[in-house]
Write a protein that binds this ligand. Structure first.
Ligand code: AN7
Length: 398
């Protein structure tokens, strides 16, 4: 069953619906399998390990073995900050971001519904992922991107997997508006995270974290927030495992946004239940350059209900943390992902996060998604003639 999170109106799982017909609010899928956690033993480590919690037909699953991503203990960085730090590396998914989890479920649902065309608006990763999963399922794929604002790796993926890529003169929020209109006309099946099936896949990040920790929650989960689907999905996931009695506690959800693109943080600062959209969002972390997040209501509930936090970070703090993570722990992430580390550093500094807390930072996308930003952050390679004297002169000290 699909349920409106605001008025409680109910819809069938077979209905193509994105927002509530009665009140216009966002929808979620009710999922309460009666199973024991022992069933997960000995299953392969992909997100389909938890298939009983996925509301799609098991016989039609479209998968590239997404999920089961690395869960890395980061002692150097953790010790520096005085916390116990784990990093969940979502860049290790098939197309290099967490979006693959949602697309696996979303495209499986598209096959069940018998649609022939799928589409999305995207700051990049959603389009890269959708293009790949649509290719695997043999569906026509249309992606709408904000002109000039999509990192090169993501654009390359969307085009190379054969999506019809359209660049609109406008930002992500405007792109989403136009493709949503097309979807409401029935021309395409929309696979942005307003589609509640997407979040069903992404909730598996929450499943994996508590499973990896030996069936308990960390004190806190920190992640970047853009359209606000992921924070909502992970909170849904940990709550489903809590209600199934697989875990006895819940984490505090902590969302980080870029300073120039922070409608959720602004709402939390006001103590508000809904956001005021940011008209012209701006940040170097183009993945989260989003002013009117569609899952804002769900994200705010996740933060309030979990006694969590929301904080902004500057572009400089993002770039600093991106390099810090790459050089102290060997984990390469794109700028948006580094917002979680930048947020952790800031919240430790301000005393909002206590020393000794057990923290999971989710890093959402791979370093190579945005090669330009990575290259711009480094000096050019030194050029030398191809002889050992020239090389030795450069490598003084060897
Ligand atoms: C690396 O691809 O919105 O808060 O269109 O690519 O669930 O939106 C990407 C979002 C964080 C924010 N990190 O997640 C898109 C898109 C990375 C991202 C986010 C995105 P949400």
């Amino acid at each position: 069953m699909i349920k409106c999170i605001t008025c409680g109106a109910k819809y069938s799982l077979e209905e193509i619906i994105y927002t509530c017909k009665d009140c216009g609010s966002v929808l979620e899928i009710m999922c309460k399998p009666d199973v024991s956690r022992d069933i997960f033993n000995c299953r392969k480590s992909t997100m389909w390990k938890y298939k009983e919690f996925m509301p799609v037909d098991e016989s039609r699953i479209v998968s590239l073995q997404e999920g089961g991503t690395p869960f890395i203990k980061c002692n150097k960085l953790g010790d520096q900050l005085g916390v116990k730090l784990y990093v969940k590396v979502e860049g290790s998914n098939p197309t290099g971001s967490f979006k693959d989890r949602g697309m696996s479920v979303g495209i499986t649902k598209a096959l069940e519904l018998g649609v022939d065309t799928v589409g999305c608006a995207s700051t990049g990763n959603t389009s890269a992922s959708l293009a790949a999963y649509a290719a695997r399922a043999g569906l026509r794929c249309i992606v709408i991107l904000p002109s000039g604002k999509v990192a090169l790796g993501k654009l390359a993926q969307a085009m190379f997997h054969g999506a019809e890529v359209i660049s609109v003169e406008g930002n992500f929020d405007e792109a989403l508006e136009v493709i949503t209109a097309l979807a409401l006309d029935g021309k395409i099946y929309l696979l942005n995270s307003v589609n509640p099936f997407r979040l069903e896949g992404q909730k598996s990040i929450g499943f994996e974290i508590v499973d990896d920790l030996g069936w308990k929650s960390p004190d806190r989960i920190i992640l970047p927030v853009g359209n606000a689907g992921n924070i909502s999905a992970i909170w849904k996931g940990v709550n489903e495992f809590y209600e199934a009695d697989f875990i006895k506690d819940l984490p505090r959800m902590t969302g980080i946004q870029a300073e120039g693109s922070a409608p959720i943080v602004n709402a939390v600062r006001r103590g508000a239940e809904d956001i005021i959209p940011v008209e012209n969002p701006e940040t170097i972390a183009t993945a989260i350059r989003i002013g009117a997040p569609v899952s804002a209501l769900k994200a705010l509930r996740a933060i309030y209900d979990s006694d969590g936090l929301a904080e902004t970070v500057t572009d400089d703090e993002i770039l600093y943390s991106q390099k810090l993570l790459a050089r102290s722990e060997g984990i390469g992430v794109e700028p948006a992902s580094a917002a979680s580390i930048a947020g952790l550093r800031k919240l430790v500094e301000t005393g909002e996060i206590d020393k000794g807390e057990e923290i999971v930072c989710i890093v959402t996308g791979h370093l190579l998604k945005d090669p330009n930003t990575a290259i711009n952050a480094c000096k050019e390679p030194v050029k030398v003639e191809a002889n050992v004297e020239a090389l030795s002169r450069v490598l003084r000290g060897l």
